[in-house]
Write a protein that binds this ligand. Structure first.
Ligand SMILES: Nc1ncnc2c1ncn2[C@@H]1O[C@H](COP(=O)(O)OP(=O)(O)OP(=O)(O)O)[C@@H](O)[C@H]1O
Length: 461
C-alpha cells in the first residue's frame, strides 16, 4: 500500500494540485501519478488559478518564477496541506526562502518524478498535526526546532525523537561526533519537556578538574549543579571522562534519586532529569573501563544518536545560508552569493568537524569574500596536518581569487591555521584550556581532542 493511500485513510481523500506554467511539466507529473491509482490530481497554470483550487486539495506541487511569493500567498490563503516547491536548478537561495516562507520541501527541475513522490510522501498531511503541535509550542530560540536548523529526514527523525522522549522523566544519552550539536540537543530536550520553566544546568566533565567534579556536581558548602537543576534538567557533557568515584556517586543518585553533598552524610532528594552526552563510542568506553557499565545502562534508557553533518543531505546548504546571513549581519558585510561551484563544494566537503566546522568556515567566508563573491579555494577540503612536523606549515602561494581582483598572499591549509590559532590562544591564557576554548568559541572537549590528536598530553586546567 502506498503512503498516499495511508494519507487518504487518515486524512480524507488525497488530492494533489500541480501548479506550473509549463504544460509539459504538468503532463509529465500527471502521467506518472496516473500510475498511482490512490491519488486525484488537478492542475493550475499559475498561482491565482492554484489559489482557487487549493481549498479542495490536500497537497500541492508548485513551480513558479517567484517561489517565495507563491508559497507566502498560498500559506496566507489558509492552505495547511503539504506544499512542495519545484525550483529551477541551483537556486539555493530560492530554496531556503521558499522553506522559510512555509514550504514543506523543495525539488529541483528537471523533475525526477520518483524524487517528487518521495518528497511529497515524506511530508504527507498525516504528519502535519505533529508539526502544528510543535509550531504552537513557544520555542526558546530560532531554527527549525529549539535552535537546531536542518530539515533533512535524518534531522526530522531527531526532532520527532526529542518530542517523544521529552515527556518522560528517564535519562537521555546523546551520542554524536564532535560538533554535531549535542549541547543544542540537550537544551532542546529540556525546552520540549514540561520542565522547560525550571533550570537547565550544564557541566562538562572534560573541563572540570577531576578533584573538583564531585563538588561541582553535588555541592559542598555551596549548592552544586544537582541543587541548581532542581525540578529541571542537568546536562552532563563528556560523561565518559567523569572520574570513577564521581561515577559511583552519580550511580547512587540514579538508583535512589538521592544524593549527599561532599563532606556531608545526610542525603537529600533531587527531582532532576539527566541528559548525558559523549562524542566517543560509549560501549568502547565501557569495554575500556572508563565508564561504569551499570551506570551506562541506567543513563542510556533513552539513547539519541545525532547524525554527522555529511549524513544530512542539503542541510549543509541551509545551515551555510543561515550562518552566512548571521555573520554577514554581525560583520556588516554583504551576504556572499551562492554559485553552483560553491553549492558543489559544500555538498562534497566531508566536514569532520560537522556543524561547528561549517559555522567557522562561514565566518571566514563572510570576512574573506570580496564583493559578495566566495573565493572557491576557501571551501576546499583542508589538508590533514602533518603530525610529525608540527612546526612546519606547508605554504601555498596563490594569485587572484576572483576575476579582476588580484590578491597576493600566503595561504595555508585551514588545519595549520587552526592549530596555530589554538596554540596561540592556549598560550594567551597561560595554558588554561577552558578560557582558551571559550575565546575560540570551541568546546573545551574539542580542544582536548585536537591536542590529543596532535600527540600531546595535556594537564586539566
Ligand atoms: N543543527 C544546528 N543548527 C544550528 N547550529 C548548530 C546545529 N548543530 C550545531 N550547531 C552549532 O554548532 C556548534 C557546535 O555545536 P555543539 O557544541 O552543540 O556540538 P557538540 O556535538 O556538543 O560538540 P562537542 O562534542 O565538541 O562538545 C555550536 O555553535 C552550535 O550552536
Amino acid at each position: 500500500m502506498s503512503q498516499f493511500s495511508i494519507a487518504r485513510r487518515t486524512g480524507g481523500p488525497t488530492r494533489l494540485l500541480i501548479c506550473d506554467p509549463d504544460p509539459a511539466v504538468r503532463a509529465t507529473v500527471r502521467a506518472a501519478l496516473a500510475r498511482r491509482d490512490s491519488l486525484d490530481m488537478i492542475e493550475a497554470a499559475d498561482v491565482a488559478g492554484a489559489l482557487a483550487l487549493l481549498p479542495r486539495c490536500t497537497s500541492a506541487l508548485v513551480g513558479t518564477v517567484d517561489p517565495e511569493d507563491a508559497v507566502r500567498r498560498i500559506r496566507a490563503s489558509g492552505f495547511v496541506g503539504t506544499l512542495v516547491v519545484a525550483l529551477s536548478e541551483s537556486s539555493v537561495t530560492d530554496a531556503v526562502a521558499a522553506m522559510r516562507a512555509g514550504a514543506d520541501d523543495v525539488v529541483q527541475k528537471p523533475l525526477v518524478v520518483e524524487e517528487v513522490m518521495d518528497r511529497l510522501l515524506a511530508a504527507t498531511p498525516a504528519r502535519r498535526p505533529e508539526r502544528r503541535r510543535r509550531a504552537a509550542r513557544p520555542l526558546p530560540r530560532g531554527g527549525d526546532f529549539c535552535g537546531l536548523y536542518g530539515r533533512s529526514t535524518a534531522m526530522q527523525a531527531v526532532y520527532a525523537q526529542i518530542e517523544r522522549l521529552a515527556a518522560s522523566r528517564a535519562a537521555v544519552f546523546v551520542t554524536g561526533e564532535s560538533g554535531t550539536g549535542k549541547d543544542l540537543v540537550a537544551a532542546a530536550v529540556h525546552a520540549a519537556s514540561s520542565r522547560r520553566d525550571a533550570p537547565f544546568v550544564a557541566l562538562n566533565c572534560a573541563v572540570i578538574p577531576a578533584e573538583l567534579m564531585e563538588v561541582a556536581l553535588f555541592g559542598r558548602e555551596d549548592a552544586g549543579a544537582m541543587d541548581r537543576a532542581q525540578s529541571g534538567t542537568l546536562h552532563l557533557d563528556e560523561i565518559t571522562q567523569m572520574e570513577p568515584a564521581c561515577q559511583a556517586r552519580l550511580m547512587h543518585f540514579v538508583e535512589t534519586g538521592r544524593f549527599s553533598p561532599v563532606g556531608e552524610v545526610a542525603e537529600r532528594e533531587a527531582d532532576v532529569r539527566l541528559v548525558c552526552a559523549t562524542s566517543r563510542d560509549p560501549l568502547e568506553e565501557v569495554r575500556a573501563g572508563r565508564l561504569r557499565e551499570d551506570l551506562y545502562y541506567r543513563l542510556a534508557v533513552l539513547p539519541l544518536a545525532l547524525p554527522p553533518l555529511r549524513a544530512r543531505g542539503d542541510d549543509v546548504l541551509l545551515l551555510a545560508e543561515t550562518f552566512l546571513a548571521r555573520f554577514a549581519g554581525e560583520e556588516g558585510r554583504p551576504m556572499p552569493r551562492f554559485t553552483p561551484e560553491v553549492v558543489e563544494a559544500l555538498r562534497t566537503r566531508r566536514f569532520p568537524g560537522n556543524v561547528r566546522e561549517l559555522q567557522n568556515l562561514m565566518r571566514q567566508v563572510v570576512i574573506l569574500s570580496e564583493g559578495g563573491t566566495i573565493p572557491p579555494g576557501l571551501l576546499a577540503e583542508p589538508a590533514a596536518p602533518e603530525a610529525d612536523t608540527p612546526g612546519r606549515s606547508p605554504e601555498v602561494f596563490i594569485q587572484g581569487w576572483s576575476e579582476g581582483h588580484a590578491w597576493h598572499g600566503r595561504v595555508e591549509p585551514l588545519a595549520v591555521i587552526e592549530r596555530r590559532a589554538i596554540e596561540a590562544a592556549i598560550a594567551a591564557f597561560d595554558g588554561n584550556i577552558s578560557l582558551a576554548a571559550a575565546a575560540l568559541d570551541l568546546s573545551p572537549s574539542t580542544l582536548y581532542r585536537k591536542k590529543l590528536a596532535w600527540g600531546e598530553r595535556t594537564r586539566l586546567s
